[in-house]
Design a binder for this molecule. Structure first.
Ligand code: GRF
Length: 237
């Protein structure tokens, strides 16, 4: 049975789209049951509506406390058949910290993508911060979520070269392309029951150690992306 997902967005939802595309391609055995946003204008909601997926707006400013807001999110997510036993909560550009109560409700089943090689450049502007710092390698990380921002056990990371003179926006755009490869891949492993965690270390059953991109999309991913998750990887390069 496809794994039920609740996807939380605050913005454009390009990562949500990459997840939907990989579901359509038969690479990710999951079903997005509901897309939730704290921002009414988030384009991610529109992407959901276009596919007939429930799109729910919960403005956080309507709630007196963070706990109240998260309690309502838990209620809505459960009401759409997503729970910690069989489903997952997928953060895709969701710009709110989650309470311990929320994380407890979906223990071990909340994942996030971050546009930097954690633990470097945690926070809201990971890619721009990396560019401003002058790193030579940047990238993105998919991780389980714990109570500390951008901190939980890492599932997969991909590195890209940061080009001399490149601004934060250009670097973030190249990283975003890779996010669209590694996030569906990590979720596919989760949905296949291939992930186990021991003391922060995520073991992925049967994963290749690395995969490499090509000149059109240079990257190093660890563990390796499986065929179909990235154009370059699909070409076997
Ligand atoms: C991505 O860069 C993601 O890593 C970060 O927020 C951004 C969301 O982009 N957490 P989108 O809404 O998926 O296009």
């Amino acid at each position: 049975m496809p794994m039920p997902f609740a996807v939380l967005v605050s913005g454009g939802g390009s990562n949500l789209q990459s997840i939907l595309d990989k579901i359509d391609a038969g690479l990710l055995d999951a079903e997005v049951r509901v897309v939730l946003s704290n921002k009414a204008g988030a384009f991610g909601l529109e992407r959901a509506r276009r596919r007939g997926i429930a799109a729910v707006v919960l403005p956080h400013t309507d709630f007196a406390t963070r706990q109240d807001f998260d309690a309502e999110m838990i209620r809505v997510i459960h009401a759409h058949g997503v729970n910690a036993d069989t489903g997952a909560v997928v953060l895709a550009g969701f710009m709110r910290m989650l309470t311990p109560e929320f994380l407890h409700a979906f223990a071990g089943r909340v994942v996030n993508i971050h546009p930097a090689l954690l633990p470097s450049f945690a926070g809201t502007h990971g890619a721009a911060d990396a560019a401003a710092y002058g790193v030579r390698l940047a990238g993105c990380s998919v991780h389980f979520v714990d109570e500390i921002m951008d901190h939980g056990p890492v599932i997969i990371q991909a590195a890209v070269p940061a080009l001399p003179g490149e601004g934060g926006e250009a670097l973030a755009a190249r990283i975003l392309k890779l996010e669209h490869c590694i996030y569906p891949q990590a979720l596919a492993w989760l949905a296949q029951g291939r992930l186990t965690i021991a003391e922060r270390h995520v073991h992925i059953r049967g994963a290749a150690p690395v995969s490499l991109g090509d000149e059109s999309l240079p990257y190093l991913a660890s563990p390796g992306l499986e065929p179909g998750f990235c154009p370059a990887a699909a070409q076997g390069s």
